[in-house]
Design a protein around this ligand. Structure first.
Ligand code: HEC
Ligand code: HEC
Length: 337
């Protein structure tokens, strides 16, 4: 209960409030509040950045037209369902996984991308810029088709990412505090049965017994954790360690770090052993796709593996969810020649 209240205080006061003054947002207070929520303190050499809020934007010395575009990017990030059927083919908003409007540490805050890209990404083995990183989450996490590079939507989303990075040096040499979804240590054994029981007890009240989530009047109330309305098999969160990190640090909503490490991993293992739309890199054969994408990606997921409870081979299907195509044409190799 205390945790829930403190979490609300953190989101409300430090991250969202119109009243929070610059002095309120001292780094120490920020770290203290996170510590109360069970997050680790930063290592000595880590870069701690408190991303500015949308209220800070109003006071910032930026051209009014730029502010308008950043607001548009924020709007697209938090209500990505407005691009449903065009760029998004599941029930996710970007903020379904990047909590606190993309500002929350340990919830893959999005601003690091704006200061570390262009950079090399192992996933597609070439140098990516910020737009391509955003395109990746559209392609896999939103089971969709990224807006065109250079389009109004892309420029607005990039501007929002960059606004959140305000003041951070480009290509920082220090490791970034709270980046990604850091996973707790992997326990020796994972249990599907324990994961299922814990999911039904602690998660299904919001996400449903079948992981389908809840959608009301075209708005996502609770996103789908698997199934047709969830992310596809190519999304980062299908890696069991990433799911475990997301869950431990962020779920149940409002009670971060309340699960023990074993529980977070068991639930992640159970969740990762359910079906979802096909990986856009699918070649027509799940084993072949697994071989081609194992390094550095699918060796950490359950894709192409046999589910222990019923012998089902995960990802062995042609189901694309609501999406009428397999692979958006932006997913292509780059050669820089
Ligand atoms: C289903 C969950 C999910 C959704 C929805 C999602 N993402 Fe992500 N996103 C991830 C994961 C997982 C990572 C990788 C985190 C890591 O490196 O551990 C990530 C990483 C990122 C990064 C890089 C952050 C960094 O540290 O460099 C950016 C930028 C990003 N996402 C933007 C978006 C945008 C924009 C959208 C909406 C179009 C979106 N994401 C939707 C799961 C999601
Ligand atoms: C009180 C309701 C609630 C409970 C309980 C809850 N969640 Fe969530 N969950 C949410 C909401 C809401 C979001 C999206 C965040 C947002 O939109 O602010 C979310 C997002 C997620 C996501 C990322 C998006 C997706 O659907 O894949 C996962 C994974 C997830 N929750 C797993 C869990 C697990 C596992 C548990 C149990 C340990 C759990 N949740 C408990 C409300 C809840």
């Amino acid at each position: 209960m205390i945790r829930t209240l403190t979490y609300a205080a953190l989101s409300g006061t430090l991250l969202f409030s119109a009243n929070a003054t610059a002095e309120d947002k001292t780094t120490q207070q920020y770290i203290d509040t996170l510590a109360e929520l069970g997050y680790p303190a930063p290592e000595e050499n880590e870069l701690v950045h408190i991303p500015p809020t949308m209220e800070d934007l109003e006071d910032a010395k930026l051209h009014p037209e730029l502010k308008r575009v950043i607001r548009r990017g924020h709007d697209l990030f938090t209500n990505t369902q407005q691009l449903r059927g065009e760029n998004v083919f599941n029930n996710m908003n970007c903020s379904s996984c990047h909590l606190g409007e993309g500002r929350m540490p340990f919830s893959a805050p999005i601003w690091p991308a704006a200061v570390t890209l262009p950079g090399f990404r192992g996933k597609n083995a070439h140098v990516n810029n910020l737009e391509e990183r955003i395109a990746g989450c559209f392609t896999y996490s939103m089971n969709g088709k990224p807006p065109e590079y250079g389009s109004d939507h892309m420029v607005a989303l990039s501007a929002y990412h960059q606004w959140l990075a305000k003041g951070v040096p480009v290509y920082p040499q220090q490791p970034i505090y709270g980046r990604g979804f850091p996973a707790p240590e992997r326990p020796e054994e994972l249990s599907y049965a324990r994961g299922e029981a814990a999911f039904q007890e602690k998660c299904s009240v919001c996400h449903g017994n079948d992981g389908g989530g809840l959608r009301v009047d075209g708005q996502t109330v609770f996103p789908a954790t698997w199934g047709d309305m969830s992310n596809n098999w190519g999304a980062g969160i299908v890696r069991v360690f990433t799911a475990a990190g997301f869950i431990k640090n962020n779920m149940p909503l409002g009670q971060p770090n309340s699960l023990d490490d074993q529980e977070a991993w068991d639930i992640a293992y159970y969740m990762s052993s359910q079906e979802r739309p096909q990986d856009p890199r699918y070649t027509g054969d799940v084993k072949e796709t697994l071989e081609q994408t194992r390094e550095p990606f699918h060796k950490h997921s359950m894709y192409g593996r046999t589910r222990e409870t019923d012998g089902h081979v995960l990802g062995d299907h042609r189901n694309l969810g609501d999406k009428p195509f397999l692979k958006p044409d932006t997913v292509r190799p780059r050669t820089f020649e």
